[in-house]
Write a protein that binds this ligand. Structure first.
Ligand SMILES: NC(=O)c1ccc[n+]([C@@H]2O[C@H](COP(=O)([O-])OP(=O)(O)OC[C@H]3O[C@@H](n4cnc5c(N)ncnc54)[C@H](OP(=O)(O)O)[C@@H]3O)[C@@H](O)[C@H]2O)c1
Length: 331
């Protein structure tokens, strides 16, 4: 059984990875958990045993078969080559290597075949909003082709890690006192607010999160011939990203055929079934593996334009679950 290590085990994604490995009975032998010196020495539970967290800076990296990295981009850039050199397969949650041409960017239900060949020792997990978008988008791309995608996201604070969750919790606590609370993570109060920029703005006016959605969508689908125009918004929910999506398809289609295409996508459920009598919410989807799509409607009479709404747990489908599924393909 492989030795498995989680780097960044004490973070929002790392904790979920540990839980998902246990829940899915991942064929792991010994497990190693690593974080910064701040957390070294603390204990975390795995399969009824207590595992002591090691300090990444001083840990011996030998003997690791599968390394899940969730310690941020800088740590990934430093750790991934060293782990690969020592014979590990590395699944990286950061954006450090996603756009490298020799690094596969994988959502298992869409392009998991890239992992099956075991040619690559470093595999990148996509950005969380991109993965959630692609769950309903990839089947439409495969069946009907795409010419344009316009979307707005509603992204939970846990997308910015545990510090993001703590910042919103504190602002909620302080609300009645009239004090604003710290805005270190989001720059402005996020409680009772909406912030339509995630990451630095580029010269083109798009922010970093929007650029990731465009480039990663094109890379994963292996097709950059269609336009993608995202607007990414941080909202005061704790967990799950929601996305309102408008698409133009190359072939004309209808709602029945779109629902049939979605019905064949593993990990995607249709809110209220094909009658679409409900719609998904972050509260309902938090902690759940499936991504849920709803509110499908035709936006033109010619069969080319559709709108829909999708929600998924970004800590699971957008990070931990997706990474563990990649690990399952590796073993
Ligand atoms: N949150 C999401 O929804 C999400 C989704 C997809 C991808 N990601 C990516 O996943 C990674 C982890 O995100 P997160 O949300 O889990 O962040 P987080 O909650 O802030 O956790 C970060 C983890 O990394 C450790 N760490 C921080 N700085 C480090 C350093 N310089 N060297 C080594 N370890 C360090 C932390 O250890 P301590 O506890 O000791 O500080 C903690 O275990 C990031 O690359 C992020 O972009 C996040």
């Amino acid at each position: 059984m492989p030795t498995v290590a989680i780097f960044g085990a004490t973070g929002a994604v790392g904790r979920e990875m540990l839980r998902v490995l246990e829940a899915r009975d991942f064929p792991a032998g010994p497990i190693r958990l690593l974080a910064t010196a701040r957390s070294a020495g603390t204990e975390m539970a795995f399969r009824g045993q207590s595992v002591v967290v090691e300090d990444i800076a001083t840990a011996d990296l030998k003997g690791i078969d599968i390394a899940f990295l969730a310690a941020g981009g800088a740590a990934s850039r430093e750790l991934a080559p060293r782990l690969v050199e020592r014979g590990a397969f590395v699944v990286d949650n950061s954006s450090a290597f996603r756009m490298d041409s020799d690094v596969p960017l994988v959502v298992p239900a869409i392009n998991g075949r890239l992992v099956a060949y075991k040619r690559h020792r470093l595999i990148a997990n996509p950005n969380c909003s991109t993965t959630i978008l692609l769950m309903p988008l990839a089947p439409l791309h495969a069946r009907f082709g795409l010419s344009k995608v316009v979307l707005s996201t509603y992204q939970a604070v846990s997308g910015a890690g545990q510090a993001g969750v703590r910042e919103l919790e504190r602002q909620i606590e302080l609300h009645a006192t009239g004090e604003p609370g710290s805005t270190e993570v989001f720059g402005l109060p996020i409680h009772l607010n909406l912030l339509p920029q995630i990451g630095p703005l580029g010269d083109d006016g798009f922010c970093q999160e929007e650029r990731k959605i465009v480039t990663e969508t094109h890379k994963i689908l292996g097709d950059s011939s269609f336009t993608v125009v995202p607007t990414t918004v941080r909202v005061p929910t704790m967990r799950c990203h929601a996305e309102s999506v408008y698409v133009e398809t190359r072939q004309a289609t209808d709602c029945e055929r779109i629902l049939a295409a979605w019905g064949g996508m593993p990990g995607l459920s249709i809110a209220g079934g094909c009658g679409m009598t409900r719609w998904p919410t972050p509260r309902e989807l938090a902690g759940r593996d499936e991504t849920e799509v709803g509110r499908l409607r035709a936006a033109s009479a010619d069969g080319h334009c559709y709108s829909f709404y999708v929600v998924g747990d970004q800590l699971l489908r957008g990070a931990a679950l997706n990474a563990v599924e990649i690990g399952e393909l590796l073993v």
